[in-house]
Ligand binder design. Structure first.
Ligand code: DAH
Length: 339
């Protein structure tokens, strides 16, 4: 009898399983109501007195071994389940990570800032919600100035005026207020105008502002810089500057780049002229320098501003400006290959 118990102890210790049902059957076989242990306990009465001690000890050892075995196997099973919950099946093949794409606005913005970074321009930013001073007054647009109507403004608060900036020229002012020349900075950002939304215009869009202030900066420097830019950006080096008016620059000009008339698209894009208007520019008005704490008798500078959205539409042949803000994945995913 004792031999039988000892061989059961060996069997119990050797048992192993990761199967819930097998473990349960094992438990029932040894520890269940009709299990082997109860049989052995029942047989205890029949054991001769001198063997009772050894028998009792063997049965207890078997009981403890079986109980411990069941607990250990159940615990191992539970922790395995738990780690499955956290990590899944670690031997499973990996899932490919879907690559995102850059928004066409970001693509164009990055390209512009890269081109100017190569000639020493840093990137600066300002707030989208502006005060009257930075958006208008400091830029030579005092209250009641008629040129304020060129840019229909969204007001957030009146008296004192708080508004959504209508152009990134406001960042020029902030930058000059906080930095002394030499200044070479590019300020990309979103701007807002109270305009009807259509395929060609939106109530918000993006601009890049450029500003260069130092001793002896001339109009020739401006033209050289812009020519460098159009060559790098579009591969086109022929530009022309048409006289124009902006309150913050004097003289002011509108910049056209010669796109050519080689394809039908060229005809359409340039309305048959071959020329494309891409930005406004000029020499920073001495009043603006003064307003921003820079001495105009010592320093001069040039500035320019262009619309990013329009360039993105041009470069990617996008027919409707609204597509840029609709977040339609079918549209956005087409830019996957671009960096
Ligand atoms: N702020 C002008 C606009 O939004 C663009 C512009 C023109 C910016 C001439 C300039 C500039 O810095 O010199 O229409």
């Amino acid at each position: 009898m004792i031999e039988k118990i000892k061989s059961q102890i060996v069997a119990v210790e050797a048992f192993s399983s990761t199967n819930v049902e097998e473990i349960e059957n094992f438990r029932i076989k040894y520890l269940g109501k009709k299990g082997l242990l109860n049989d052995f306990f029942a047989a205890f009465k029949e054991v001769p007195n001198e063997q009772k001690k050894e028998f009792g000890q063997a049965v207890n050892t078997l009981k403890n071994a079986a109980t411990e075995k069941v607990n250990a196997l159940k615990e191992a099973l539970a922790s395995q389940e738990e780690s499955k919950g956290v990590y899944g099946d670690l031997s499973r093949p990996g899932e490919p990570i879907a690559l995102g794409s850059r928004h066409p606005i970001s693509l164009v913005k990055n390209k512009i800032t890269d081109i100017f970074a190569r000639i020493g321009f840093n990137v600066s930013e300002g707030p989208e919600i502006e005060d009257d001073w930075h958006n208008f007054t400091a830029l030579n647009l005092p209250e009641y100035h008629p040129a304020r109507d060129m840019q229909d403004t969204f007001f957030v608060e009146k008296d004192p005026d708080v508004l959504l900036r209508t152009h990134t020229s406001s960042v020029q002012v902030r930058y000059m207020e906080n930095n002394q020349p030499p200044i070479r900075t590019i300020s990309p950002g979103r701007v807002f105008r109270n305009e009807a939304i259509s395929a060609r215009s939106h109530c918000f869009f993006h601009q890049v502002e450029g500003l260069y202030v130092d001793k002896g900066v001339s109009f020739a420097d401006l033209k050289q810089t812009l020519q460098y830019f159009t060559t790098e950006m579009f591969g086109k080096s022929k530009i022309r500057l048409r006289p124009s008016y902006f309150p913050f620059t004097e003289p002011s000009a509108e910049v056209d780049v010669y796109w050519g008339l080689e394809t039908e698209t060229d005809y359409k894009m340039t309305k048959g002229t071959g020329w494309l208007e891409i930005m406004g520019c000029g020499m920073v008005d001495p009043n603006v320098l003064k307003n921003c704490g820079i001495d105009p008798t010592e320093y001069s500078g040039f500035a320019f501003g262009m619309g990013i959205d329009r360039i993105a539409l041009l470069l990617h042949q996008i027919p409707d400006i609204r597509m840029l803000s609709e977040n339609d994945l079918r549209f956005l995913e087409q830019f996957k290959a671009s960096i």
